[in-house]
Design a protein around this ligand. Structure first.
Ligand code: GDP
Length: 444
């Protein structure tokens, strides 16, 4: 997973301070030294790290922390908030033109994932907002690019506008916008040409398209795996062309995360979407706060819930959300959730969204060994109703009975109970941290 090394290091460091009733300046200094190293190792821009450490240090030794009842926790909260700020604070929105169509220009280097992202974005716009996009093949230099977009259009049953590779991209953009107006399509997504490196010719062409198409958004697509290079590319594109947002692709890979943490600070442009795989539905709106929580091992309950809502019965998902918030989540719910999770897709991705999951022993095994889930299910199924709601009553005798009934061992029963207890604790922490975001406008 992306951020794995960084997450491990940060969580290890923060763990030391978590329960502290008193935090001294030297504690903070010591901790910041480790956080600094962790960020640098994750390939975060040097200057960004420096500013980040300065901000966190100032706040961590300030009144708000030192005077609080739980200074250790407060320091972690400060780190979480500043990580969120680093990645852009509030989740950003996507433009809607006053008079349709809204024009989006996709730009970026070859191989970053531009064409794929064009398809994914169109898919998201239609699925989530009922919009009708027109895909525009304006990359006339890579012959396969036009075909690739046409194939994506077919898969999505969406119109693709192309004039072949003998007409200038500027003209293609112009004609495409005309066509979208005629056909009452509300989004035009232009897939422009990429190059292996930034060159003047490419920029000139993009500037020409920009001048003519007057886009509402210019999304730069960058590959998160390329780390600092992605940041440099973003800076260049922004200086020369002016971008409105960034789409970070391949966050499903094991990138160290430096790009995600530096791009916003360096370019002052928000990361709007994250590419999480090659499939057409693998594009997610980028939520700085949720990402910060994930990095710090607080899980990402909200994304989990959204995934659940997309796959699972909506009523049930709402019920689950409420239970997670008011802490009435029982082993029965856990069991049901396991069943749903199995339906939802790659378990190792989902597990990471559960608060504290990465710190619970045995959960790692769950990631690779589906058999263990079967054991967990059997254990819960062998419990009585009362036991599932109130696991505290499960004494030694009951444990033996449950182990026997489920064909497992008392150790396994113990492990599950401990995991569940820790999970509930983390949910509580998570709920306390979560600030209620206000909904407004056309948000993803
Ligand atoms: P372009 O040259 O920028 O148009 O790049 P493409 O859209 O052709 O993508 C290059 C490669 O990256 C393709 O094999 C895509 O399937 C892959 N790709 C794009 N986005 C993602 C992503 O978010 N995750 C992963 N794993 N692969 C991606």
């Amino acid at each position: 997973m992306a951020f794995e090394g960084l997450a491990d290091r940060l969580q290890g460091t923060l763990q030391k301070i978590r329960g502290k009733g008193k935090v001294s300046e030297s504690d903070v200094k010591e901790m910041m030294r480790e956080v600094r190293l962790a960020l640098l190792e994750a390939d975060v821009n040097f200057k960004v790290v420096k500013d980040f450490i300065k901000k966190v240090s100032e706040r961590a030794v300030g009144q708000e922390v030192m005077k609080s009842l739980t200074p250790g926790q407060q320091v972690i909260k400060v780190v979480q908030e500043e990580l969120t700020n680093l990645m852009g604070g509030e989740q950003s929105q996507i433009a809607v033109a006053k008079r349709p169509p809204t024009v989006i220009m996709m730009v970026g280097l070859q191989g970053a994932g531009k064409t794929t992202t064009t398809g994914k974005l169109a898919n998201l716009l239609r699925k989530k907002y009922n919009r009708n996009p027109l895909l525009v093949a304006a990359d006339i230099y890579r012959p396969a690019a036009i075909k690739q977009l046409e194939t994506l259009g077919k898969q999505l049953s969406m119109p693709v506008f192309s004039l072949g590779d003998q007409v200038s991209p500027v003209k293609i953009a112009e004609e495409a916008i005309k066509k979208a107006k005629e056909d009452h399509l509300d989004y035009v997504i232009i897939d422009t040409a990429g190059r292996l490196h930034i060159d003047e010719k490419l920029m000139d062409e993009l500037k020409e398209i920009k001048a003519l198409a007057n886009p509402d958004e210019i999304f730069l697509v960058v590959d998160a795996m390329t780390g600092q290079d992605a940041v440099n590319v973003a800076q260049s594109f922004n200086e020369q062309l002016g971008i409105t947002g960034v789409v970070l692709t391949k966050l499903d890979g094991d990138t160290r995360g430096g790009a995600a943490l530096s791009i916003r600070a360096v370019t002052e442009k928000p990361i709007k979407f994250a590419g999480m795989g090659e499939k057409l539905d693998a594009l997610e709106p980028f939520h700085p706060e949720r990402m910060a929580s994930r990095i710090l091992g607080m899980g990402d309950v909200l994304s989990l819930i959204e995934k659940a809502q997309a796959t699972v019965d909506e009523e049930k998902a709402k019920e689950l959300e409420k239970k997670m918030r008011d802490m009435s989540f029982t082993l029965d719910d856990f069991l049901e959730q396991l069943g749903q999770v199995r339906k939802m897709g790659p378990i190792n991705e989902l597990i990471k969204m559960i608060p504290g999951a990465n710190r619970i022993k045995g959960m790692d095994n769950l990631q690779v060994d589906e058999k263990q889930i079967t054991h967990v299910e059997a254990i819960i199924q062998s419990m009585t109703k009362a036991e599932k709601v109130q696991p505290e009553i499960i004494n030694a005798g009951r444990k033996k009975r449950i182990a026997k009934g489920s064909g497992t061992s008392v150790q396994e029963v113990n492990r599950l109970l401990k995991q569940f207890e820790e999970m509930k604790k983390m949910m509580k922490q998570m709920t306390n941290f979560q600030q209620k975001g206000k909904k407004r406008g056309f948000k993803f």
